[in-house]
Design a protein around this ligand. Structure first.
Ligand code: SAM
Length: 299
């Protein structure tokens, strides 16, 4: 036996596949990609915590009417109307099957009173029609990156600016850092509220430095060793924070503020490299390899 070679019987055995029947039936052929997305990508509670508190800090009152652009299944809108009896939400998206899923799953889970205060509308965010005069507009999970030129993004920002009431606020999120432009796959183990397990894979598949475009994909892996490949696919432009702030001002906003996440500290008070979920206004930020920040723009 060659030095260093372990006999087969002593090698670490590969873990066997866990049958879907032992994992609440979760398997690639039948899993619901929207449900998996909501469990792995979105955290609507923390998002709404930030929006609600920051709107009140900026405007000295509570927001009531929220518009969720690129709403998909309207998960954030549902969280908004759950927060207060006076809250109302309008979600805009152009994909009817996704809106239908939102009605059947997210809106159906609300009380009658909550459901009466949210509407999901099949409409282009560039032509919001009567979905105007709102307290806040949200463009989260980087959805506005589907606008790939300065002219397109400025036109969207202008449409938002014209949709806001006089003391409204536009909230966006942003993802950046050196890792944002590398081609890589990040995997995360997810466990649902009722104990079902799966792996979320964020695939930064292709980045084109000359155009700034990136192809991103989401895949899901299951403990029975099945995989749902390309459950979601996006081609985006990776926008940088200064460009976004400049375009917001060019679109008529008077001010755009970037909020940076603080560091989680270990028991010795040293940063762990993870964020702590607390976002504070900043003029500079830090050269973190990957960061998510919020932006608030006011007319
Ligand atoms: C990445 S998903 C975002 C889902 C959700 N906002 C979230 O936070 O996870 C992007 C959504 O934008 C929608 N969309 C794309 N172009 C749009 C447009 N011009 N107007 C409205 N919705 C659009 C797509 O149908 C899709 O549901």
């Amino acid at each position: 036996m060659a030095a260093g070679t372990k006999p087969l019987s002593k090698r670490k055995k590969k873990q066997g596949a866990i049958p879907a029947s032992k994992n609440g039936g979760l398997t690639a052929a039948t899993a619901d990609r929207h449900e998996l997305y909501q469990f792995s990508v979105q955290n609507v509670e923390t998002e709404i915590d930030f929006v609600d508190a920051e709107f009140e800090r900026l405007r000295g009152r509570k927001a009531a009417l929220l518009r969720e652009d690129f709403c998909g299944t309207g998960n954030t809108s549902c969280e908004w109307v759950r927060r207060r009896d006076t809250n109302r939400a309008i979600g805009l998206d152009i994909d009817q099957p996704t809106l239908d899923w939102g009605h059947e799953r997210n809106l159906a889970a609300l009380t009658d009173s909550q459901r009466g205060r949210v509407s999901l509308v099949n409409r282009d965010v560039l032509a919001p029609g009567d979905a105007v005069g709102v307290d806040c507009v949200l463009a989260m999970n980087f959805s506005y990156w589907l606008f790939k030129t300065r002219d397109e993004l400025r036109a969207y920002f202008r449409a938002v600016r014209e949709s806001l009431g006089p003391d409204g606020v536009f909230f966006l999120d942003h993802y950046g850092g050196s890792e944002a432009m590398s081609e890589m796959v990040e995997k995360r183990d997810i466990e649902t509220d009722d104990g079902r397990k799966f792996v979320y894979e964020w695939d930064q598949h292709r980045y084109r430095p000359v155009t700034g475009e990136m192809d991103c994909r989401i895949h899901f892996r299951f403990p029975d060793r099945t995989r749902m490949k390309n459950a979601f696919e996006y081609t985006w432009r990776l926008w940088m924070l200064p460009e976004i702030q400049e375009l917001l001002v060019e679109a008529g906003f008077s001010k755009a503020t970037v909020y940076w996440e603080g560091d989680e500290l270990d028991e010795d008070g040293e940063p762990t490299g993870e964020g702590n979920g607390e976002f504070e206004p900043t003029d500079s930020g830090t050269a973190d390899p990957a960061f998510v920040s919020y932006i608030a723009a006011i007319p």
